[in-house]
Design a binder for this molecule. Sequence first.
Ligand SMILES: NC(=O)c1ccc[n+]([C@@H]2O[C@H](COP(=O)([O-])OP(=O)(O)OC[C@H]3O[C@@H](n4cnc5c(N)ncnc54)[C@H](OP(=O)(O)O)[C@@H]3O)[C@@H](O)[C@H]2O)c1
Length: 328
Amino acid sequence: MEYRLLGKSGLAVSELCLGTMTFAGATSEADSMDMMERFFDRGGNFLDTADVYTGGRSEEIVGKAIRGRRADVVVASKVRMKVTDNINGAGVSRKHIMDGLDASLRRLGTDYIDLYQMHVWDHATPIEETLRTLDDLVSSGKVRYIGCSNYFAWHLMKALACSDANRYVRFVSVQPQYSLVSREMDREMMSLCLEENVGVIPWAPLGGGFLTGRYDRTEPENGRLTAKTGESSWHLRATDKNFAILDTVIQTAKELGKTPAQVSLNWLLQQKGITSPIFGASTLEQFEDNIRAAGWTMPHELWSVLDEASTLPSEYPNRFIEKFRRPI
Ligand SMILES: NC(=O)c1ccc[n+]([C@@H]2O[C@H](COP(=O)([O-])OP(=O)(O)OC[C@H]3O[C@@H](n4cnc5c(N)ncnc54)[C@H](OP(=O)(O)O)[C@@H]3O)[C@@H](O)[C@H]2O)c1
């Protein structure tokens, strides 16, 4: 396992981050604990959770795993989604962030979170209020670094500008959906993150399982993609373009003697600007497959074939701007 610095920070994170959204859900508590032990044994140090995952159980299980090794682990959690019916039980107001952080710290059994992320943009709260609060929390020591998730590029740029203008801490990372079957962030976010040195830690790097090769064109009867709504629902994943990408992944995997999951994650490991994909695994077998995405390098010709198969169509204004790129 290799390590990378998270954005413009001195925080070293493993090149693969373990997602914990299924802990106490599709993954039993015992398997979740086993999975984290295996992850640490392979050199992984980066765990991603959230206050809303499995009603707080995911944070509790992560809390058990980090006991006795707190300094060795980088724990990322999130706030913003609705956790109570109280009108202030959601969002990134000063009130909800402070209440949400205390509740997360209790569940995690720790007195600080390494990376505290705003789960999704909040239209209701001024960004100045959110960042001032986060700056206070970093000063207090309850939070070490801050990040955001599910933002437009302009949201992130506005937040960075607000931090700079007020001398507040900056977001060091963004957590978007990004994979071979979800490259919307290529429009603006990826170039912004390279420009501003913000780390990118993609969620659903396997398209919720679509890219593992387990699905054919028949609608599945079990697994994540049976969902009728959400980003990994069958109708969003099962498009002709995605199946063409999947065919390329399967062909590449055959040529390399790897699995489709390993190829899909390894493609991300070599993508410029990506710090650490956050992969999910519902079972220990899936974990053993996915963790083997690290430790080897895909030949550039094969990486490029996947890149071309999955790239977004040429669009304005990129198409226009690129046409006038100066040769310097
Ligand atoms: N910031 C956000 O808004 C946000 C949103 C979603 C997720 N996340 C984070 O990102 C993490 C990963 O997200 P994700 O679970 O959607 O990512 P993913 O890695 O794309 O999908 C994981 C799912 O794919 C299937 N799978 C994984 N490896 C497999 C393999 N080798 N063979 C067959 N099937 C396999 C399993 O689903 P089955 O149960 O069908 O077997 C597994 O739960 C989460 O745990 C969470 O930490 C963040």
